[in-house]
Design a protein around this ligand. Structure first.
Ligand SMILES: Cc1ncc(COP(=O)(O)O)c(C=O)c1O
Length: 351
């Protein structure tokens, strides 16, 4: 089966260096915090184009802490796009605020800036750079949080400017060997707050402060994950180049009945998603040829049972998109023949 992601094949690209780095950490005895994590904070922040990075133990936590650092809390509304991974909205609810789902554009599954459900209680907007496509929202009256979970390796990295959150889930283009995340900011004060928030509000051992109205928690990144990420970071430009080559082949070679999405030159090539009629039949056809596919995402957040208690306007563009969108394999370990196999699996006529 040609898989959607292949973390084991990726490990083979950089395996020796990763294993050496992990052994070094194990031998050092510094497993939480320490010099490797400090280096990762600085290098990862720079890679995304921000002054400060605070490492966390997931992208979900990074989003929640980014919101806390902005002062978002109960009584506030935060606008999230209808098409994204659930964590974007889950993080809003977790800090006690209300996620308000905004519909997406007709050409791309990104928040539609002309139809944002802004209201008197809107405290922030989360811009999700979905699949690696930049979602820039200039001129809004509230701060914008950049959800960069799918955007590692974009050049330049999209930035709306206030605070950002990254996921290093293993299937991301820059993935750890487990859960890990990062909050990004250009403010030294916010970086200090975030460091405290992710470590029980503890400026010195066993003194606990309230920070941004919160007692914080433990969301530290393990040194092993930091060491793994630093090795993978060096491979990121090569990965993007390989993914771009595959995406360009799909653009040119997929049959005419497969609708491509427009793509900005700075796209991070995290996923290649097309729109197709009769999607279940297309998926079956691909599977019969040994090609995996995935639905990112099968339903609008406005239709998620977990968010049913929150007020949402209808999201017709997202509903139409979610019924047709199909992600096909895009990763740096695909061979030339495998890409040809994916293309051939579609067939010249729609099912
Ligand atoms: C758009 C988006 N936001 C947030 C997250 C949450 O990240 P994590 O899985 O590291 O908690 C993910 C990743 O899975 C994501 O794709």
């Amino acid at each position: 089966m040609i898989r959607m992601a292949d973390p084991a094949a990726r490990h083979a690209r950089v395996g020796e260096a990763v294993e050496r780095a992990v052994i070094e950490v194990l031998r050092s005895g510094r497993y939480v915090g320490g010099p490797v994590v400090d280096t990762a904070r600085a290098r990862l922040a720079a890679a995304f184009g921000w002054a400060y990075g605070v490492t966390t133990n997931s992208g979900t936590d990074a989003l929640a802490y980014a919101l806390l650092a902005l002062g978002v809390g109960p009584g506030d509304e935060v606008i999230v796009p209808a098409v994204t991974f659930f964590a974007t909205a889950g993080a809003v609810a977790r800090v006690g605020a209300t996620p308000v789902v905004g519909d997406v554009r007709s050409d791309l599954p990104l928040l539609d800036a002309s139809r944002l459900p802004l209201g008197p209680r809107t405290r922030a907007v989360i811009a999700v750079h979905l699949y690696g496509e930049p979602c820039l929202l200039p001129g809004l009256p509230v701060p914008v949080v950049d959800d960069l979970a799918q955007c590692a390796g974009a050049s330049p990295s999209p930035k709306n400017g206030t605070v950002g959150a990254v996921s290093f889930y293993p299937t991301k283009t820059l993935g750890a060997a487990g859960d890990a995340g990062l909050v990004l900011t250009d403010s030294a004060d916010a970086a200090r707050d975030l460091l405290l928030l992710t470590n029980h509000g503890m400026p010195e051992p066993y003194l606990h402060e309230r920070v941004c109205g919160s007692i914080g928690s433990n969301s530290r990144m393990d040194a092993v994950q930091a060491a793994v990420l630093l090795v993978h970071l060096d491979d990121l430009p090569a990965r993007i180049a390989l993914r771009r080559a595959t995406a360009l082949r799909y653009d040119a070679e997929l049959p005419i009945w497969v609708r491509r999405l427009p793509r900005h030159a700075s796209h991070a090539l995290h996923q290649y998603v097309v729109r197709v009629p009769n999607r279940d039949a297309v998926r079956s056809r691909l599977a019969a040829s040994g090609v995996d596919s995935a639905l990112f995402y099968p339903r609008s957040l406005a239709n998620q049972p977990a968010l049913a208690g929150f007020p949402h306007a209808p999201t017709p563009e997202a509903d139409a998109y979610c019924a047709e969108a199909l992600a096909i394999p895009l990763h740096e370990c695909l061979s030339h023949n495998e890409v040809s196999q994916v293309v051939a699996a579609f067939g010249s006529h729609a099912p």
